[in-house]
Design a protein around this ligand. Structure first.
Ligand SMILES: Cc1ncc(COP(=O)(O)O)c(C=O)c1O
Length: 236
């Protein structure tokens, strides 16, 4: 076995990169490659973790268990809280090797209490199942929008993390994405469009896990309207 050069870190669904979901089997193969090379597999679930994709962690779909899991964002319900989750063995070895991590708020009991409450609420309200059900509803609505508008090229994602990619349009998908985003805001919908140059034609849609069907329906209606108003190519 070769000495490991570095460890591998991945996002189960590339969110800011355009809501890209690698196919089933990809991560299992990657985990195997990591094992072969003596590398640790680090899974970053800052965006996908804590029920968002319909399971507690997105890696569950792939039947893998990361050596290190990183969490952030929703863990603190708006407060700055992140977590590194690992095995006792890895923690012990990191400690023995003098690994040191410092920030002002390291081990802050206030945000830790908030994080524990977030976990309790997710469990008590079974928000993984809710994200699955609402995700299906949202997905069906987005697919219906795609069928109505040739400007929409693809709908993808899992649970309450969905991406809507615009097809190439006159002036580019980036420009159309910006127009639709502006029109949505006028109609009352805040929509997040991927900011990377050349990839600006993908909307990232990740509503709260506590959203109602009525709220999702309203959002879908506004998006449908905004695309019709700006793409000028709505189908029948
Ligand atoms: C996938 C992913 N990982 C990590 C981070 C960083 O999170 P934080 O700034 O809370 O540490 C982000 C922030 O956008 C992210 O999208």
């Amino acid at each position: 076995m070769r000495a490991p050069q570095h460890d591998e870190s991945l996002e189960p669904i590339l969110s800011s990169g355009g809501v890209i979901e690698p196919p089933l089997g990809y991560f299992a193969a990657l985990a195997e490659k990591c094992r072969e090379r003596g590398m640790l597999l680090i899974v970053d679930e800052a965006q996908t973790g804590l029920c968002r994709t319909g399971t507690w962690y997105a890696f569950e779909r792939d039947g893998i268990v990361p050596d290190i899991l990183t969490l952030s964002k929703t863990l603190g319900a708006g407060l700055p809280l992140a977590a590194i989750v690992t095995s006792e063995e890895i923690e012990r070895r990191a400690h023995e090797r003098g690994y040191l991590f410092y920030t002002t708020h390291v081990s802050d009991p206030l945000v830790a209490a908030v994080g524990n409450t977030v976990l309790d609420v997710l469990r008590a309200q079974e928000l993984d199942a809710r994200a699955r059900e609402l995700g299906e509803y949202l997905r069906a609505g987005l697919v219906a929008i795609k069928e109505r508008h040739p400007a929409v090229g693809d709908v993808r994602g899992r649970g309450l993390m969905q991406g809507v990619e615009l097809a190439a349009a006159e002036g580019g998908a980036d420009a159309l994405g910006a127009r639709i985003t502006r029109r949505c805001l006028e109609l009352g919908l805040h929509l997040n469009v991927v900011q990377l140059p050349g990839m600006g034609g993908t909307f990232r849609i990740a509503p709260p896990l506590t959203a109602t069907r009525e709220e999702l329906a309203l959002g879908l209606e506004m998006l449908d309207q905004a695309i019709a108003d700006t793409s000028g190519r709505a189908g029948g």
